[in-house]
Design a protein around this ligand. Structure first.
Ligand code: KIV
Length: 272
């Protein structure tokens, strides 16, 4: 069921700002490959994020740190080939933008040129100001990411809720304002108190997309494997599972194994 206030043939960064102005919530979901992105796009998800969470859900790493720029470009180009309506945003991976702003721009340009994506996402606030400025200066749309920023997991030590203390909350509010001023078209807020997220969303004119940040923001993002219940060991409070695909897939695959072993598959109709 669609509750869109306006039909968009192709979602752009401008459409997202318009959605915020019209009070229409923005839907965002990750994808890392062509087949999944085709389904996500056909379901009218507004933004497809080629997240560096591919490092976890696709490659099985414990953190998002190991994924490389080449690997992100590979995932992104597969998603771009599938997305007919959604805006495709790609994470610039850890180590490809933090050291200096020229390297940041080179990484962003490679993503845009080699994958055909529409925008990039970076984690952090004042620490990466120069990089954000330079990428936007080259005409590349940038989305920010504040709160729990998984590329800094070894600094935080845990994946618990961020910005509960006044000092960190204050810095987050200032960083959001700074990213807006630099020209970012949106910001992801991850795992922070709902009250703070709502306050930030009301203080800026660009869309704020939450994950574990409550309902007072302009849109929501989830990792598609979590939403579908393909992952089953990760159970944060903010996650709503719409399917138990882990169980359904396991049952289907077990049946296939049984059918092969019992010589039931293939039958007369399933051969030439
Ligand atoms: O990499 C990712 O999937 C993300 C989302 C969790 C926002 O950054």
């Amino acid at each position: 069921m669609s509750v869109a206030k306006k039909e968009y043939k192709r979602v752009t960064v401008k459409s997202l700002i318009e959605m915020k102005q019209n009070g229409e919530k923005i839907s965002m979901l990750t994808s890392y490959d062509y087949s999944m992105a085709k389904i996500v796009d056909a379901a009218n998800v507004d933004v497809i994020l080629v997240g560096d969470s591919a490092s976890n859900v696709i490659a099985g790493h414990e953190t998002t740190l190991p994924i490389t720029l080449d690997q992100m470009i590979y995932h992104a180009s597969s998603v771009v080939r599938a997305a007919k309506r959604a805006l495709v945003v790609v994470d610039i991976p850890f180590g490809s933008y933090q050291s200096d702003s020229k390297e940041a721009l080179r990484s962003a340009i490679r993503i845009m040129k080699e994958s055909g994506a529409h925008a990039v996402k970076v984690e952090g606030g004042s620490e990466i100001k120069e990089s954000v400025k330079r990428i936007i200066g080259a005409g590349i749309p940038v989305m920010g990411h504040l709160g729990l920023t998984p590329q800094s997991i070894y600094k935080f030590g845990t994946y618990t809720v961020r910005a509960k203390e006044e000092q960190e909350a204050q810095k987050l509010k200032e960083d959001a304002k700074m990213l807006e001023k630099l020209g970012c078209f949106g910001i992801v807020l991850e795992k922070i108190p709902a009250k703070l997220a709502k306050e930030v969303a009301e203080s800026v004119s660009i869309p704020i997309i939450g994950i574990g940040a409550g309902n007072g923001v302009d849109g929501q993002v989830l990792v598609v494997h979590d939403l579908l219940g393909m992952t089953h060991e990760f159970n944060p409070r903010f996650l709503r599972r719409y399917m138990n695909l882990y169980e359904e897939m396991s049952n289907a695959i077990s049946q296939y194994v049984g059918d092969v072993k019992s010589k039931d598959f293939p039958n007369e109709e399933e051969q030439y």
